[in-house]
Design a protein around this ligand. Sequence first.
Ligand code: ZN
Length: 316
Amino acid sequence: MSDLPKFVHIMEVGPRDGLQIEPRLVATADKIRLIDALAAAGVTEIEAGSFVNPRAVPQMADSEDVFRGIPRREGVDYRALWLNAKGLERAIANGAVDVEGKLTLTASETFIRRNTNRSIDDTFAEMPQWIARYRAAGVPVTRLGLMAAFGCNFEGYIPEAWVLDLVARAVAVMEENGCRLQDLNLADTMGWANPAQVKRLVGAVRERWPGLTIKLHLHDTRGQAVANAVAAMEMGVAHFDASVGGLGGCPFAGHKGAAGNVCTEDLVFSCTEMGIDTGIDIDAMVEAARLAEDLVGHELPGKVMKGGTLTRFKAG
Ligand code: ZN
């Protein structure tokens, strides 16, 4: 039995998760052009930049100006990433960032130690401080992101029971600190997930926390991202992160073949052809992908931008 949603919400992550690993620095005005092309295509949530150390990620050093320069469209949330208190302060001070209260965890101890020099226990210990920071800014904490929720290049497949344990611990910490988890983003950071596994994990989470909105962040490292997204949709999942043109990679995955998120226009194409509304115009989305390709100066992995949509064959 499949239970496809009627509407799928896509958060575009290309301008941040994608552009941050590009060797070429994209000009601020061009980033703004891409972000607005995405909004014009109908994307209503866009990760437009990050407030991290500009020496570590020079591609995002202009995020302050990007956010200030976006011609804001009504109904569009412009999101940012931050990794520490200073980053959150910068995002709030910017004034043009739609700040969301979000906690982040990683399911792999080795992965988090390599990338942040901290442990999973440290992450839990820091959660009350994060909640307090958001509270001081008047932002309710309702979201949890879980990186490497399916598998890890250093630890192998992540067992579902371990994921449930981590989420349960986070739910408890949030409750102790006066907030309630509403959205859980399960990230396949290193491209390990397969469709059967996606269904198992989504099913297990849903059974334990039926009211939770489940979101997926699927990297396409092994070409499984659209298949994984469709498997999740068959379980009723209606929220995905996606990257225009398939832009991106993962600088922390520990191998060179790491790919970006599921390609936005390929996912929109799947949805459109299956009769699922995304609010996004597939042809305008393909145009945005071509713009992204122009801006980075090399071919992007998206398929529909090369094969074309079916619009002109259907017309008439
Ligand atoms: Zn990612």
